[in-house]
Design a protein around this ligand. Structure first.
Ligand code: NAP
Length: 306
């Protein structure tokens, strides 16, 4: 059976596209590789999504998005998309489970945390090296942890970790944070948080779990070892576009290039959310993208029929 619309990725962008597609009468399939909700679903509290003045947990918001898309008939299937063929009018998408076909596709696969690429990181992943504070924070009750990075994610997650850890050290390569002011202020006022400015992690040390970090002050050139029980890495994102091969145009960082209507270089293929080359990556902007991409897909399908 050929769907009208296949949406790859079930985060805020994909689920909103699913809602708009299904509610607009398209036979819509969403393929998600893990739990619906994407990165937002792993966020403890979302305070900047309108309609929830008290804030809402990422998990609850993801559940509401999913429920609303399914209520209007979007079908949700689990699977990891491994390969696509967008060359024909009927688009082909393969997961480990088999092949799906659709007349239009929206790619909403988001972005994943970028690794530091330092010695010890891979070997100690899951043994004190983490990329998700909501997932792993509770393991560090009463402990001393490091957070690497200076953006919104690093500061937000450092604040979250103070609920468990006794001490949270933000290690940032410059002397100024990139995070928005309100987060900076909260971190600076939190007695559990301290900062290592102009500092990079050279190696993550430990036998069977994280024991220490080898740090370098880039201003003075000093290097030293500092004991930590865990290290949370938030140094930005990498787009989840590997499965696309060279089927559509990507920018120099691997994000999908789109036109104003979110169409891509391949007719009938649209992109929405964090996977798209754009300036801002927020739940609100992802949701807007999802709606716009679904409406553009609908227009494309209507014109294709004529
Ligand atoms: P980001 O904004 O790209 O920040 C990455 C941080 O990591 C920067 O401070 C950067 O340093 C540092 N960094 C990059 N490469 C590094 C390396 N190799 N070694 C050490 N440090 C490195 O990434 P993000 O914080 O993950 O946020 C991603 C997007 O999600 C952003 O658009 C952000 O606004 C959004 N977001 C929003 C919220 C919210 O609204 N509450 C929460 C989370 C994320 P420099 O500053 O020196 O470049």
């Amino acid at each position: 059976m050929t769907y009208d619309l296949i949406i790859i990725g079930g985060g805020p962008a994909g689920l909103t596209a699913g809602l708009y597609g299904a509610r607009g009468g398209l036979h819509t399939l969403i393929i998600e590789r893990g739990a619906p909700g994407g990165q937002a679903g792993q966020t403890d509290r979302i305070e900047n999504y309108p309609g929830f003045p008290e804030g809402i947990s990422g998990l609850d918001l993801a559940f509401k998005f999913t429920e609303q898309a399914q209520k209007y008939g979007a079908r949700l299937e689990m699977g990891t998309v491994e390969k696509v063929d967008f060359s024909g009018e009927i688009k082909r998408v393969w997961t480990g489970e088999g092949e799906y076909t659709g007349r239009a596709v929206i790619i909403a696969t988001g972005a994943s945390p970028r690794p530091l690429d330092v010695p010890g990181e891979e070997a100690l992943r899951g043994k004190g090296v983490s990329y998700c504070a909501t997932c792993d924070g509770a393991f560090f009750r009463g402990k001393k942890v490091a957070v690497v990075g200076g953006g919104d994610s690093a500061v937000e997650e450092a604040l979250f970790l103070t609920r468990f850890a006794d001490q949270v050290s933000i290690i940032h390569r410059r002397d100024k944070l990139r995070a928005i002011k309100v987060l900076q202020q909260r971190a600076q006022e939190n007695p559990k948080i301290n900062f290592y400015w102009n500092t990079v992690v050279e190696a993550i040390l430990g036998e069977s779990k994280v024991e220490a970090l080898r740090l370098k002050n880039v201003a003075s050139g000093d290097t030293w070892e500092e004991p930590f029980d865990g290290v949370f890495i938030f140094i930005g994102l990498k787009p989840n576009t590997e499965f696309l091969g060279n089927t559509i145009a990507l920018d120099e960082n691997g994000y999908i290039i789109t036109r104003e209507d979110l169409s891509t270089s391949s007719p009938g293929v649209f992109a929405a959310g964090d996977v798209r080359s754009k300036a801002f990556r927020q739940v609100t902007t992802a949701v807007g993208d999802g709606a716009a991409a679904a409406m553009a897909a609908q227009k494309y399908l209507a014109e294709a029929v004529q």
